[in-house]
Each structure stands twice: as structure tokens, then as C-alpha cells.
Design a protein around this ligand. Sequence first.
Ligand SMILES: NC(=O)CCC(=O)C(=O)O
Length: 259
Amino acid sequence: MRVALAQLDIQFGNPDENFRQVTTAIMKAAEEAVDVIVLPEMWNTGYALTRLAALADLNGERTQKLLSQLAKQFNVAIVGGSVAVERDGAYYNEMLVLNRQGELISCYDKVHRFGLMGEDRYITAGKTPNIFPIDGHPAMGAICYDIRFPEWLRTQAAQGPEVIFVSAEWPTIRLPQWRILLQARAIENQAFVVAVNRVGSDPDNNFGGQSLVIDPLGQIIAEAGSHPQIVTAKLDLAQVTQVRGSMPVFADRRPELYQ
Ligand SMILES: NC(=O)CCC(=O)C(=O)O
């Protein structure tokens, strides 16, 4: 599986510019003949949470239309990062996943709201998992702060996903934790982790990128810098079978003790 990570400088509160930027990034990534393109968190608006009424994508329609059209045009799956969406008068931090045919195969609302960036005041939390196939391989997705909750990722990883896609707006100041948390999620779940962060800044935070691809042993196999860029990597998914076969961590679990 060849993946492209679109590390973008999201423009605060400017959906038109961000839709333009995402279109360009997907077109550029598709030139690399990848199977999946992954976007960062809240790429339509950034964390302009006080302006959601004016800026959020109503029912995710604009996002789904664009990503579906690009997926079909370039014959590529898209893990659509996340966007601010309005549904029935509530606001969500929502990941849309499209297959190569442009069909919506998963719609996930961030489960853990990040209070330090105001999500607890403006965003409604999701409560459903996010497992989907990419070309027949089981995969899953999480959004930023979700990675601090290993039990949430584990509950889903125990169902078989070989790749964990993560979309984030993770501030520079905590990047050392970003790296360690993602490596730990890869090791404990014996899965690839493909994690996209943004770069640039908003009125409250700087974002230093460092998007990562990590193998099931926790080794970093691709890494972005701190500027906008597309990073590509090849995942040898047979490695997941091999690592899980050599140490049966999932079979050895004692979930009856963990409540
Ligand atoms: N957008 C987020 O969820 C940020 C999470 C974060 O920065 C963290 O340290 O956790």
C-alpha cells in the first residue's frame, strides 16, 4: 500500500482557500501513483471554533462532493482528515473516508474533545468506531487527541485493522509527545501508523508538522519536516501478519480484567 501524507498550512477560518489547497495537494499526491491520500485535522476551517455557525460544512456536503470527485478522477482512496461539519444544529470534528470509486465508506466524529483548544465548548463528541477497508485491507482512523486514549484505539485494532490513520492539528510544543504516543500505538497494536499533522499557525498555536509513517515495530519509516509538503511511503502489509504471528499480543489479551 502506497500512502501520501498531505502536510498542509491550513488557513484559519478560510474554507475557500483551504478547499483550493486540498485540491492542489491531492492532484500533486496522485502524480506519485499512491493508493491512499491522507489529510490533516479540521482542514476546512482550522480551529476557528467561535465562527462555526458561518464556516462549518453543512452535512459535510461540500467536503464529500470534492473528495468523492477527486477520488474517482485519480482512482485513489482518500482518508479525508477531518473537517468542521454542522449536522442538525450541532458541530462535529468529522473524518470522511472515500474509496477509489468515490464512495463514502466511513464517517467518524472525533470521540475525545480537546478542551485545551476549546472543543469541549463547541464540538459534539462522536461515539462510533471508524473501521474501513482500503483495497480489501482493514484499516481504522483516529483524530488527534484520540491517540492519547489507547483503549479506544485498541478496541478497534482488536478487530483486525492493519493500518491506523491519524489526522491532527498537534501544536509544536507537544511534538515530542506526538512522536512517542504514535510509536506506542504502532507497537502495542502491531499495526502501521500513518499520521498527518499540519504546519503554520493560528491565533493560539504554532504547528510544526512532523507527519510520520511508523511500522508495526514502532520504527519510523518516513517523516516530514516543518513546512508544507507531500510525503509518500510504501507499507509492506505482510509485515503486520509477520509481527502479529511472531508475538500473539491480541490472543494473549485478558479483556475480562480491563473494565
Ligand atoms: N487537536 C487536538 O486534538 C490536539 C491534541 C493535542 O495537542 C494533544 O497534546 O493531545
